[in-house]
Ligand binder design. Structure first.
Ligand SMILES: [Fe+2]
Ligand SMILES: [Fe+2]
Length: 136
């Protein structure tokens, strides 16, 4: 699974609020993964998954609004990727509610890889752009 931890070398986007939101996503993912390892009950897992989904939507909204405000050229790429991810989370929530327990670990691995890779490869492209506009 690899470590579920925000890593400055890999994930720093040089904007404080967005870094804080990204860290919260990693923390919530870690919480989800630990709860799965501890074989927590469905209600507990669903509560964490709902939190994760809420934090993700909040974060993607903040990020898109900021990029839109400064006319970031890569905004469409961000929007497309974010939308695919939100759809995927909704699908996972449905699976969860329908007791597809076998999928839990696959889901956690997918969520973790998506978030880590997206920050590293897509989000980090806006760092210098936003810093140049005075956003830190
Ligand atoms: Fe992000
Ligand atoms: Fe993003």
């Amino acid at each position: 699974m690899g470590s579920i931890i925000w890593n400055k070398m890999k994930h720093d986007v040089k904007v404080k609020l967005l870094n804080e939101q990204h860290k919260r996503l990693f923390d919530t993912l870690k919480e989800l993964y630990c709860a799965m390892e501890d074989k927590s009950d469905k209600a507990a897992l669903l509560r964490i998954l709902n939190n994760l989904s809420m934090y993700i939507k909040e974060h993607l909204g903040t990020e898109e609004a900021l990029l839109e405000k400064y006319n970031y050229p890569g905004l469409e790429e961000q929007r497309e990727q974010h939308k695919l991810f939100v759809d995927k989370i909704e699908e996972f929530k449905k699976d969860f509610e329908n007791n597809k327990f076998m999928l839990y670990f696959d889901m956690a691995i997918f969520l973790k890889s998506w978030i880590a890779n997206h920050i590293e490869e897509i989000d980090r492209k806006y760092s210098n752009f936003l810093n140049d506009k005075g956003v830190y």
